[in-house]
Design a binder for this molecule. Structure first.
Ligand SMILES: [Zn+2]
Length: 665
């Protein structure tokens, strides 16, 4: 390749790389693998190495580079970067509208609503199309020059789109938000944990911290993303909506969750809609921004203090709150696991009152340095059980006390063991009352024998009165056994016996799950049932055979293998059989052979577990995670984050009606 050919090739490579970058990082559309793209970048890098005279500032190779800075230069903003006033209720939104209407009497207001991303505000300056400066908000008037770090964000173009029909000559300034997706945040934290390093409390702080690093390699290693929404330079826009449109045309990423509304009632509907979608979005939001759409009116309304009058941030109920740890107690699970939890001074989080939060295990308490008496941040997001994020050390009085994991079981006094390399401590007493109780509760739970009317209190009584010693005894209970118990009338005793007897035979996957083998949850039980279709085959399988099941790893295979080698468990299986409990052998059909399904949200016509079983029964696969190989994502009521993931991967998404058609029900 001669020099001229190299020059041509470099130009072409830059164009192609930029084209795919835009599709992937701005439009969320993947049309080339990351590996292929890396390969192109590598070729470009090598050519530029050889012919450095052809390197341009907008070359994709210029995103990460240069030596770490000694300090950030200060940047004066051409107009102040404002922060917004907050509203915490619809009433406060109405009051805001009333206030501004008084200032512009007789004017017709329309509004624009957009997401309030939990990110870090930045400003970009382009000159003749080329990105020349990126800055933080700072104090609103003066920020820091973080151009090097912002260049590492692939959704930010180094050069504006030249064929949008918009004149990009001169200086163009715009503002937006830099943030981390939930997925990337989790990835970074799990890597931190693996290295024994500090866990970050929230994506916002991590995004901010990444942008304020002097070495741009750190920002580059964290896959930050961006949305832009405010065009400072006058390019002819008359409304805020047009700012979004122009920014999008220039090649930057804008949020698709925006809506122009004629009044606040419409805004309210849109806010409610997005509050429901909140947990399924791939990034964190903490509310919505409501803006007066007409820019003339914005100018007339002006600014009060550091906040504009023409916009307001509507905040969703906080998913975090602070409260005090009154005590740390232990709960015992069916495998004997001792799980510490915090007893809290009741506090409202995300709309409900929380008085307990999990602390996971002793290592976690130590790592987070949580003490009894601490004021802590508690978090409750979506369906996830409340957890303690971190203590606020500055509020300690010195009277806080350390928590020590008990060395004897608080329930039975048996010894507590913690095998080397495991984080979970367990009660070693197989006859521990708590273990027995949890085992029975598991056995009758929805995913297992699904027996109604057996609450915790009744299970405790049955065990205390020696009416049962393990779950298999449930099937031998008579009305006469139950009647003497507290709060049991003749009729309810008869009902319970009837309900137990009607559930003697269940599907194989439910039966496997009911056994309560460690690490075998509903999903794994389904996989095993699918693969072996017979409990005896599982029982006689080697660890190697078990590992052949897709989705079963070393740890699970070992746990299953050992369970079936324990004489006590074999006795238990025999006893179940003797009492008439077992599973129904099913002949599977092949209707859905080769097709895989994931269900997200709840279905109106049957429980999710049942639907998954039906899929398996018809020869299909029901898996838990969304990947590009997935055939269908079935979406029910209140779908989780799987929906967004499936959409981004281009997986086919179907609703209940379509799903029923496929199942032929
Ligand atoms: Zn115990």
């Amino acid at each position: 390749m001669n020099k001229e050919e190299a020059r041509q090739r470099i130009i072409k490579l830059r164009e192609v790389i930029n084209f795919h970058r835009y599709n992937y990082h701005v439009l969320d559309r993947q049309d080339i693998s990351e590996a292929a793209l890396d390969s192109l970048k590598h070729e470009l890098w090598e050519l530029e190495e050889k012919y450095p005279e052809f390197i341009t500032p907008d070359s994709p190779t210029q995103r990460v580079g240069g030596k770490p800075l000694e300090k950030f230069e200060k940047v004066k903003h051409i107009s102040p970067m404002l922060s917004l006033a907050d509203a915490f209720s619809y009433e406060e939104l109405l009051a805001w509208e009333e206030r501004i209407k008084k200032l512009i009497p007789g004017e017709n207001l329309d509004f624009f609503a957009e997401l309030k991303i939990d990110g870090f505000a930045v400003s970009l300056t382009y000159e003749n199309g080329l990105l020349v400066e990126g800055a933080t908000r700072g104090d609103g008037k003066v920020g820091e020059n973080v151009t090097q770090n912002l260049k590492t964000i692939e959704s930010i173009p180094l050069r504006l789109n030249e064929d949008s029909g918009i004149n990009i000559k001169g200086r163009i300034v715009m503002r937006g938000e830099v943030f981390l997706s939930k997925q990337e945040f989790d990835r970074i934290n799990s890597e931190q944990a693996k290295k024994g390093l500090q866990i970050y409390a929230n994506p916002r702080n991590l995004a901010a911290g990444s942008i304020r690093q002097l070495d741009s390699k750190i920002a580059a290693a964290r896959k930050l993303d961006s949305f832009f929404y405010n065009l400072v330079t006058d390019l002819g826009q008359k409304t805020h909506e047009e700012e979004h449109e122009i920014i999008e045309k220039l090649g930057l990423k804008t949020s698709k969750y925006v809506k122009k509304c004629e009044n606040l009632a419409q805004i309210k509907d849109y806010i409610d809609d997005l509050e429901n979608k909140r947990d399924s979005l791939p990034y964190q939001i903490d509310g919505m921004v409501v803006i007066v759409n007409n820019l003339d009116l914005e100018n007339r309304l002006g600014i009060v203090g550091k906040a504009p009058r023409w916009a307001i941030a509507y905040k969703f109920p906080a998913e975090q709150a602070t409260t005090k740890i009154l005590d740390i107690q232990i709960s015992i699970g069916r495998t004997g696991a001792l799980t510490p939890f915090a007893v809290l001074e009741p506090v409202k989080v995300a709309g409900s009152t929380v008085s307990r939060a999990t602390l996971h295990n002793a290592d976690e308490i130590k790592r987070k340095d949580i003490r009894i008496g601490d004021t802590v941040i508690v978090q409750k997001a979506g369906d996830i059980i409340p957890e303690v994020v971190e203590p606020i050390r500055g509020l300690r009085s010195g009277k806080e006390t350390f928590f020590n994991m008990p060395t004897i079981c608080p329930m039975c006094g048996g010894s507590v063991i913690r095998p080397a390399g495991e984080v979970i401590a367990r009660c070693a007493n197989v006859n521990c009352f708590a273990i027995q109780r949890e085992r029975v509760k598991h056995f009758v739970s929805k995913g297992a024998f699904d027996i109604e009317g057996l609450g915790e209190k009744i299970v405790e009584q049955l065990l205390e009165e020696d009416l049962i010693s393990d779950p298999s005894d449930l099937f031998e209970l008579t009305v006469g056994d139950l009647e003497p118990l507290e709060r049991f009338a003749e009729k309810s005793a008869a009902n319970l016996v009837q309900s137990i007897q009607s559930k003697k035979k269940i599907s194989l996957s439910k039966f496997i799950y009911a056994l309560g083998i460690r690490y075998v949850g509903i999903q794994t039980a389904g996989l095993l049932a699918d693969y072996f279709a017979d409990l005896e085959k599982i029982e006689t399988s080697s660890e190697e055979d078990l590992r052949d099941v897709e989705g079963v790893g070393d740890k699970v295979a070992n746990s299953i293998f050992r369970w079936f080698r324990n004489p006590k468990n074999l006795e238990y299986l025999e006893k179940l059989e003797k009492h008439g409990a077992g599973y129904i052998k099913e002949e599977k059909t092949k209707e859905l052979e080769g097709l895989s399904f994931v269900i997200t949200g709840s279905l109106s016509f049957m429980a999710r577990e049942e639907a998954e079983e039906l899929i398996r029964h018809k020869g299909g696969k029901a898996s838990g995670s969304v990947s590009t190989n997935l055939d269908y994502l079935v979406v029910g009521e209140n779908p989780g984050s799987k929906l967004a993931k499936a959409e981004s991967l281009g997986v086919r998404v179907i609703d209940e009606a379509e799903f029923k058609k496929i199942l032929k029900i």
